[in-house]
Design a protein. Structure first.
Lengths: 332, 332
DNA sequence: TTGTAGGCGTTATCAG
DNA sequence: CTGATAACGCCTACAA
């Protein structure tokens, strides 16, 4: 039975080499002057012994961390939000590229997790900065705490709070693109289906619709596939002439199309539908979704890069906007 | 201009209260005996001052970390793998529930990131354990490094390495379920489309097919939507009578269905297709995908829980298997 | 160029 | 029950 293999530390390493820890530290970090000869000697030995600087000791003395937190809201328990997944992937890639790590944190409104858990996490030094996808009071809360604790942070999406860095994506313009499209393609009876929090999309939609906006029918409810499916029935009952609809997100649109199909309606023949977000699956769908591309991956990537710049003190830019674009496919 | 607000530490806190740091530490951690009175006094003050124990100092002395690494392979640059996203969500929820954080790490084969980056990360104390989704040499590599460094780890999926803890999901049985289904539903000319790494699925498929297995046509290539779309043409050219196909994953199946639709074929009328994984989007698709459910969320959840048990030393179980089940929907 | 020594913020041991 | 004090492993003046 051998003794538990304690990991080698810089003291052990330097002792074996007959140099001081200071020299070893300098040789390894590359900071400070060391003769090329000893540097090589030390590095070689470190490599041979598999020495790794203990990250906690290092972070303690250097007062830093290599982790970035990514906060997002997961609405349906157990089901990932694809939009979020894509944004996260972008953030993740950008973070890794700069030798940092992404720490992901789902937050729910209801929640099992007490807010204290997040507060502590945000403020105890675990992270160097935070990316928070705005969605509700909880996310604003997080941003506030970060600001109070002098933790660099960036919001993805809009927020009422001011003074916070953010990357936004012109939801209103996105809605307008859809309205424009329907108006120009000669549709006459528009409807909007979405959640309660998508005021901007709807507002833009109405604008793009022009005079048609007066006839806009709204079905405001959830944001899930089931919601979309159910919505079709309600709309067709209340506004039977509806021939074009904008859904607040792609999954909702898929549900709506399903509802239409079940009722024997053809998309886009009888009714055209435009989704929102352009998640990957939108292109896979049948009919392939015409949708408003938000550039999900790029949003995450940008947020991470801006945040990292902020942390390194070489940026001060407050808002980065990434414009939407309409992707025409089959559903409209 | 005020001096940079240095964060308050336990020394400051105890000084203000006229107690020793030792007492403060005990009061805050709840370990060791402190009079109820002083404990309250200390806690109240800590709260008032917003004191938070520095995580690095704590982890240094305690030799631990509250982070779990999640390694996964992202095949298509910029596009999230939905299967992975769902597994990750499960892992994430389970981790958070136990007051730990998930550190996600995409790894590519080609890669910009040198292996050293991961090695260091794995061994320098950042993480308490690692979950790695097996896929290729890189993932085995990671598991090996973790094992060598005495870092608790768990594999999701199969691996040739032995002695590693893992959660597996009987891919062969999954394939068999599909074969069974086609055989029993009277189909006569099966095909399999998938990547090169899915030997087990194909093997099981053949088994389930029974005598039909002799006629099995294979189209082995990529795993993307485009691959599936292209595959249809190849299969119909080489084996025109094909009337049922198993695809190695759902997105591939969607692509295949798209290819079929473009060629005027009806699914499942002319050709039935079964997918694999049962990602959320499978249910949203038209036709909704009949597929092999792997229980993605549960896989991630289980892996995280087993790993955490391992870390806490209260488990020693080596393999956890989560069986697949066929979900019948519209495509077959 | 190299070594000595102090300090980063905690927790744990051991006296009092 | 409470208080000194020694680690934990690293980095960095400062001195040699």
């Amino acid at each position: 039975m051998r003794k538990e293999h304690r990991k080698i530390n810089i003291k052990d390493l330097s002792r074996k080499l007959g140099v001081s820890v200071a020299t070893a530290s300098r040789a390894l970090s590359g900071k400070g002057r060391v003769s090329a000869e000893t540097r090589e000697k030390i590095r070689r030995k470190a490599d041979e012994l598999g020495y790794r600087a203990n990250i906690h000791a290092r972070n303690l003395i250097l007062r830093r961390s290599e982790n970035i937190a990514f906060f997002y809201t997961n609405i349906e328990k157990g089901k990932p939000d694809y939009f979020m997944s894509e944004v996260m992937l972008g953030a993740n890639d950008a973070t890794a590229k700069r030798n940092m790590h992404l720490l992901v944190n789902p937050i729910s409104n209801s929640d099992d997790q007490p807010m204290e858990f997040y507060t502590d996490f945000l403020l105890n030094g675990t992270i160097a900065g935070a990316i928070v996808v705005t969605a509700n009071k909880a996310s604003d809360n997080l941003l506030e705490i970060a600001a109070g604790g002098n933790i660099p942070s960036i919001a993805i999406g809009d927020t009422k709070m001011d003074g916070v860095h953010k990357v936004t994506f012109q939801l209103e313009k996105g809605g307008m693109l859809a309205g424009d499209y329907f108006r120009k393609s000669g549709r006459g009876n528009p409807a909007y289906v979405g959640g309660f929090m998508d005021g901007l999309k709807k507002k833009g939609f109405r604008k793009g619709l022009g005079q048609l906006g007066a006839k806009l029918f709204q079905d405001l409810g959830g944001a899930s596939f089931e919601d979309g499916k159910d919505s079709f029935g309600r709309i067709i009952a209340a506004a039977p002439k509806t021939d074009c609809v904008l859904c607040a997100n792609d999954v909702l649109a898929m549900g709506f199309i399903k509802g239409a199909a079940l009722a024997g309606f053809n998309v886009p023949g009888d009714i055209a539908v435009i989704g929102f977000d352009d998640i990957q699956a939108a292109a896979y769908h049948s009919p392939a979704l015409t949708t408003i591309r938000l550039h999900n991956y790029q949003i995450g990537e940008t947020a991470a890069n801006v945040l990292l710049d902020l942390i390194e003190g070489r940026s001060t830019r407050t808002e980065t906007v990434i414009g939407p674009v309409l992707i025409g496919r089959e559903s409209a």
